[in-house]
Design a protein around this ligand. Structure first.
Ligand code: 5AD
Length: 347
């Protein structure tokens, strides 16, 4: 029964609500193995055995928001705050370029609007020095005008997870002052402006139900993002969710496979959170249909200050300087690193 749903999803890229739900609830190990195999086959059809790499630069851990799950929330007084200078960011890009990275992801907490000019300047400088590279931003909610200016300055892609598509659940994860409506509005703007747009969720965030995941699947199906970020929730000790349990690795892998079958060409990272929970998490993600990894290119001495969750991996194969190790780990499962830019639709 489940097997026929998987086949249907592969052929038609969509299921009805009851069918998605049956798949999400299924514990049938054989069927889930089949799901992963199908997703892996589709990934290889589209991208071959190549995995795209993105150099992640965590430009600041200052944040105006107070999301209950996040270690760099404004209310966490224990964090030593930093903000990389333009020169420091360019130095990361140079290091990354020499290693073979052709996409730089600038990620950071949400800074006040007065800092927008500074970010536009940084994007322009990267664009000038690295005309052949893609620039991805992951800097949260901004005004439409700022998104436009960043795009004009040379940014190509934007990651903004919706976190959950259920209003009530959104409020459980975020203090008042943040709203799902605003988040979805930002995603619409990003798409309209022309960014390759990414959204996504944490799997197993506190209060998340199967019905919430269903809503996320239906939203993603309708929004059709170019990138989907899916990782397990992991508690951080200095947040209100300190004592909550981490999300399920199995459910994360299942969702990766479902999204691959729904949307064969989507850029789907095997996330750091997955590698943090499981020593071979990255490889498991790739075998479930992911085709992107995002090694950390941030300055070594700042990585420990960018802890969104406890024990966040940033060394070894999760580090840009560990590319050789990453290469070996991927080779062991039959994959290799692609040094192409890896835009959406180029696979
Ligand atoms: N566990 C897992 N992922 C987290 N993120 C933030 N905090 C956590 C956590 N505790 C994710 C959010 C955000 C992305 C940058 O990191 O989904 O969008």
């Amino acid at each position: 029964m489940i097997v026929s749903l998987i086949e249907k999803l592969r052929q038609r890229h969509t299921l009805n609500v009851d069918e998605y739900k049956a798949l999400l609830l299924s514990q049938d190990a054989e069927a889930l193995k089949y799901l992963q195999e199908q997703a892996q086959e589709v990934t290889i059809e589209v991208f071959g055995n190549q995995v795209f790499i993105r150099g992640l630069i965590e430009i600041t851990n200052r944040c105006r928001n107070n999301c209950y799950y996040c270690g760099i929330r404004k209310g966490n007084q224990a964090v030593v705050r930093y903000e990389l200078t333009q020169e420091e960011i360019l130095a990361c890009c140079r290091k990354g370029y020499a290693l073979g990275f052709r996409t730089f992801v600038l990620q950071g907490g949400e800074t006040p609007d007065v800092k927008d000019d500074r970010i536009v300047g940084i994007v322009s400088a990267i664009r000038r020095e690295f005309p052949d590279c893609a620039i991805t931003l992951s800097l949260g909610e901004k005004s439409r005008e700022t998104y436009e200016r960043l795009f004009q300055a040379g940014a190509n892609r934007y990651l903004l997870r919706h976190e959950t598509h259920n209003e009530e659940h959104y409020r459980r994860l975020h203090p008042s002052g943040m709203s799902l409506r605003k988040r979805l509005q930002c995603l619409e703007w990003l798409k309209e402006i022309g960014y390759q747009t990414g959204t996504g969720i944490m799997v197993g965030s506190p209060g998340q139900s199967i019905d919430h995941l269903m809503e996320d699947i239906l939203f993603i199906e309708q929004f059709h993002p170019e990138m989907i970020g899916i990782g397990p929730f992991i508690p951080h000790h200095d947040t209100p969710f300190a004592t909550c349990s981490p999300g399920s690795v199995e459910m994360t892998l299942k969702l990766l496979s479902i999204f691959r079958l729904m949307h064969p060409k989507v850029l789907l990272p095997s996330t750091t959170a997955l590698s943090t929970l499981l020593p071979d998490g990255r490889e498991r993600g790739i075998l479930a249909g992911a085709n992107v990894v995002m090694p950390n290119l941030s300055p070594r001495e700042q990585r420990e200050n960018y802890t969104l969750y406890d024990n966040k991996a940033s060394l070894g194969a999760e580090a840009a300087e560990g590319l050789q190790l990453l290469e070996e780990k991927l080779a062991a499962i039959g994959y290799r690193i692609s040094k192409e830019r890896g835009d959406y639709g180029s696979g």
